[in-house]
Design a protein around this ligand. Structure first.
Ligand SMILES: Cc1ncc(COP(=O)(O)O)c(C=O)c1O
Length: 477
């Protein structure tokens, strides 16, 4: 049942000359006229709304009577009162109608109710998520909920999930940590914001990759820190350039498994250089391992954190790519020396992660579904990538160059002989409903590469791959 939305409307005000019943009436009328309440929506009973607003029941009944008399409400007997189904539908201002700056959200502008637009970056195969199994696990958790589960959770995360993550990291990513070093968060950006407010002072400098993941830059700038874009080559972040540009930076943020967006893996030499710099400069490294699990040639590379002999690396993981982004769940592993500071920081904030979601993910991991799911997705993504590559080569012939990286969830198609910039090509593709993104948009002005970034994880069949490539060809020609 629906009470009038109090955020958009004036409070019930006892000091004005407007009678209380009239104020209640106005709230509903405005809500209906603005489309916040729609034809057929049920409204709260007069008794419960009166209790909620702290007015007499007769006051609400008088307002309801008037709304019914004017045709806004319709009494439905036992079913209560509803907004008249015969009223015209008004268009509300929808939550989420403003896109935020990152690629996944840009994709939201093209998204349909059926899912993300074709070639959307960074979204796992939504058709392959084991929904039935997930629903069963959620239902089991909901049924088993006791009083303790209704209380506030640990702000550092649900203990069984922290344990499951620590076990997974040790076995699969070579990261040895105790569950107490694992902090559950609302995803990578929340992890980074937590890191920034715990370890960085205002105006401190942070190396970020150029090109890189825009939310990293945005979160840091928004928190008042200075970002120093450091170039990336085919071995990953060029550490020597970082040292030259800003030797006293307090932190470096890197994607060593598959650089976002170039897809290169950071070489061992660079990893060691970066760790040596951090140790010398007493700086921190944040390892954003957003999709390190997806490697199609050989086993996944161990995380940078696994080489961290001097405890300078904070490891950020996310469930967005390995389960689904709507889950809004990630985690941060901090060195033991920082554990207490992060416990304190986590206590001050809230991790914003519902207990039942955390418990379900813990069950999913502990019962072996997680590693099975990852294994399946690795095979599936390798197949889907091959399908898209083949279709693009067929559609574009020699005019496309695709350098396949060892892993990741997107490819970069380069149309080097095309006279238009990648930004123009991406716009044309987007106008045709394909959510390609320009590579050049991921870097600063000194980053000179061009190409189109395309997610392949949701390309479901060779036929679909062919249709997408043909549509793209028509859009770019
Ligand atoms: C480079 C990079 N890091 C991290 C993430 C994960 O972010 P989140 O956990 O907020 O979904 C993404 C998702 O697109 C990404 O591309």
């Amino acid at each position: 049942m629906i009470a009038p939305p109090s955020n958009a409307l004036p409070d019930i005000d006892r000091s004005t000359a407007t009678p209380l019943y009239r104020q209640v009436y106005e709230r509903f009328r405005t809500a209906i006229e603005q489309g916040v309440l729609r034809p057929g929506d049920r409204v709260a009973s007069a008794r419960s709304l009166a209790a909620e607003l702290g007015v007499a029941r007769g006051t609400v009944e008088a307002a309801y009577g008037q709304l019914a008399g004017e045709g806004y409400f319709s009494a439905q007997g036992q079913a209560g009162t509803v907004v008249s189904p015969s009223l015209p539908v008004q268009r509300p201002v929808r939550a989420g109608s403003r896109a935020i700056a990152d690629a996944p959200s840009r994709g939201a502008a093209l998204a349909t109710p059926a899912g993300p637009p074709p070639l959307q970056l960074g979204i796992p195969a939504l058709d392959a998520f084991p929904r039935k199994l997930w629903a069963r696990l959620v239902a089991r958790r909901a049924r088993a909920m006791g009083a303790a589960d209704l209380f506030y959770g640990d702000p550092a995360g649900h203990a069984p999930l922290r344990e499951a993550i620590a076990a997974y990291l040790l076995v699969s990513r070579g990261v040895a940590c105790q569950p107490a070093q694992v902090f559950v968060t609302g995803g990578y950006r929340t992890s980074l914001a937590l890191v920034a407010r715990t370890l960085l002072a205002k105006d401190e400098r942070v190396w970020i990759e150029d090109p890189g993941y825009a939310p990293t830059r945005d979160v840091l700038r928004n928190a008042g820190h200075r970002v120093v874009p450091v170039p990336v080559d085919d071995e990953g972040l060029v550490v020597a350039r970082g040292v030259r540009q800003s030797p006293k930076a307090r932190m470096a943020i890197v994607t060593p498994s598959h650089q976002a967006p170039l897809g290169v893996s950071m070489s061992l030499a660079r990893r060691l250089q970066l760790l040596a710099w951090a140790s010398r400069a007493k700086a921190w490294i944040v390892e954003d391992d957003y999709d390190g699990e997806y490697r199609y040639a050989g086993a996944p590379l161990p995380a940078l954190k696994s080489l961290d002999a001097h405890d300078r690396v904070l490891y950020a993981g996310s469930f967005s790519k390995v389960l689904y982004p709507g889950l809004a769940l990630g985690y941060l592993v901090v060195p033991e020396s920082l554990r207490e500071r992060f416990e304190e920081a986590a206590r001050i904030g809230s991790n914003g992660c519902p207990q039942i979601t955390q418990a379900t993910v813990a069950d999913f991991m502990r019962d072996g579904h997680f590693s099975r799911h990852l294994k399946k997705m690795r095979l599936l993504y390798a197949r889907r990538r091959a399908m898209l590559v083949e279709a693009l080569k067929k559609a574009f012939g020699d005019s496309v160059r695709i350098d396949l990286q060892a892993g990741g969830m997107h490819l970069i198609a380069r149309f080097e002989t095309h006279p238009d910039s990648d930004a123009v090509l991406a716009r044309r593709a987007q106008e045709a409903g394909l959510n390609c993104q320009p590579l050049s948009g991921r870097g600063t002005a000194s980053f000179g590469e061009q190409g189109l970034l395309m997610g392949f994880t949701n390309v479901a069949s060779p036929t679909q791959a062919r249709q997408l490539a043909t549509r793209l060809r028509a859009a770019l020609d």
